[in-house]
Design a protein around this ligand. Structure first.
Ligand code: SF4
Length: 486
């Protein structure tokens, strides 16, 4: 583990450790189009912050989205400078509705969000993040440069190019043309998503704070990609553009963790598929740190891991069944059965981890009421041993996955399924459903290509609520896609 001491500092309204403050000739403003507590929990955005600041000539400073009614000019946390003074504005985006946040941040800064309206008179706008690996066109009308796929190499290339004086849209585009994973909108087709070089892994946070959504965790990844083939999942080896599974060397993960970080969040799509996971978790727990894992598969959760996580302060276990029944889990190739989940829950409880959270989806193709009943039975059986909550989402077919062409289940049918599940659970399991109507917005945006950015422009300026999004999608013809029945 790294012995460097990170003193807490008040940065804006937030208590942060690890913040980077420097004076340099180049100023890059890195925006996250969501509130601070969400944005600071993005390991991807933190990685870009770290890489850009590694350039001696570059000072990268952060800004986040304020309250919906906040129209103040955005300023950076590190120095309070207006982002309008930046040589480059960079953004990281994780989900479709964050496009509206990007529009708001640019509007508030007095910078036209639409590229063609900027006419090269403003600092270049560079946009990347997990969403654009799925479809770079989602940012096409807004961005001067789009980073496609894993952004480590592209971020370093942007930092180098700006440090060498490429501060205009024209110069930066020329300097970046041909770089791996960089797309200049308007100059041909987007490239294939880039992969980070092995030596860039693991991604590790720069900053940790008690005000993050995930709590005061130092975030570090243990693996990138996923070796599994779940047919609905954008991280699956079957998804278009998803990178291969890469497990990080335990010594490199441990070296990234500061000695004075009290809690560590180990991240990755498939953390429990790391063949040497215990060699990472055990030294952290032995050093007295609290440890949490971002994703655990029921078929990989065993006594040894339960014992370590319990010693590392874990009191709850989160598992995904995804499909409501064995039939649907087979359809999506989940590779987890009810017995795996029951076994994992028992192992956790034997070690004092009593709270259980289950992720599931309703609305998969071919789903019937009987499948919903099977999910209810499993949840009730699990609730016999302690507190259980179920986070249940509507299935949203995502581009690039084998199920991308499936229609989304009709919202009326979904509503009935959710209420059937609620009734069957008889209040014995806490049901945490996600919004069906917002899921329909996500679905339409995910498949809308560059029109989705224009919808974000209209919806963002009209207040960003559900009515604003519905109207924006309608006006651009994105509401015409039809729902399926099941
Ligand atoms: S659902 Fe989980 S295990 Fe399946 S492909 Fe996605 S990340 Fe991997």
């Amino acid at each position: 583990m790294s012995t460097k001491t990170n003193r807490p500092a008040l940065v804006g309204d937030f208590e942060e450790r690890g913040v980077i403050k420097k004076s340099a000739s180049v100023f890059i403003a890195l925006g996250y189009p969501a509130p601070y507590r969400v944005g600071i929990s993005s390991l991807g955005a933190q990685t870009i912050y770290r890489i850009l600041n590694e350039q001696p000539e570059v000072s990268c400073e952060r800004f986040y989205l304020g309250d919906p009614e906040d129209s103040a000019e955005p300023t950076t946390l590190e120095s309070g400078r207006s982002v309008r003074r930046a040589d480059v504005l960079a953004f990281s985006i994780a989900c479709e509705t964050e496009l509206a946040g990007l529009v708001r941040l640019l509007d508030n800064a007095g910078i036209p969000p639409v590229r063609s309206e900027r006419e090269g008179r403003y600092a270049p706008v560079v946009v990347g993040g997990p969403l654009l690996g799925l479809d770079p066109r989602l940012a096409e009308p807004l961005a001067d440069v789009v980073v496609v796929g894993e952004g480590e190499k592209a971020a370093a290339a942007v930092g180098r190019a700006v440090a060498l004086g490429a501060k205009s849209v024209q110069d930066l585009s020329a300097a970046l043309r041909g770089e791996d994973g960089v797309w200049i909108p308007g100059s041909g087709e987007p490239p294939a998503p880039a992969l980070a070089p092995r030596e860039c892994l693991p991604a590790a946070a720069a900053i940790w704070t008690p005000q993050a959504e995930l709590g005061e965790l130092f975030l570090v990844e243990v693996a990138r990609g996923c070796p599994r083939g779940c047919r609905f999942c954008v991280m699956s080896r079957r998804a278009r553009g998803a990178g291969p599974f890469r497990a990080c060397e335990p010594s490199r993960v441990l070296a990234a963790v500061p000695d004075d970080a009290p809690s560590v969040g180990l991240l990755g799509a498939a953390v429990t598929d790391h063949p040497r996971l215990l060699d990472i978790v055990r030294p952290l727990v032995d050093a007295g740190k609290r440890v949490s894992l971002s994703s655990m598969r029921a078929d990989r959760f065993d006594e040894a891991l339960a014992e370590l996580l319990s010693r590392g302060g874990a009191r709850s276990l989160t598992l995904a069944v995804d499909g409501a029944s064995a039939k649907l889990r087979e359809l999506i190739d989940k590779g987890v059965c009810a017995q795996d989940v029951l076994r994992a829950a028992q192992a956790a409880r034997r070690h004092g981890i009593r709270r259980l959270k289950i992720y599931a989806m309703l609305g998969l193709p071919g789903e019937t009421d009987e499948d919903v009943d099977e999910l209810a039975e499993l949840l009730l059986e699990l609730s016999g041993g302690g507190g259980v909550s179920a986070s249940v989402q509507a299935f949203v077919p995502k581009p690039g996955t084998p199920l991308e062409a499936e229609p989304m289940c009709d919202p009326g049918v979904l509503k009935k399924r959710f209420s059937r599940l609620r009734k069957r659970l008889k209040g014995r399991v806490r049901l945490l459903p996600t919004s069906i109507r917002w899921s329909t917005i996500d679905w339409r945006l995910a498949h809308g290509g560059s029109r989705s950015a224009l919808a974000a422009l209209r919806a963002g300026r009209a207040g960003g609520d559900f009515a604003a999004w519905s109207e924006a999608l309608e006006s651009l013809g994105l509401s015409r896609v039809r729902f399926g029945r099941s």
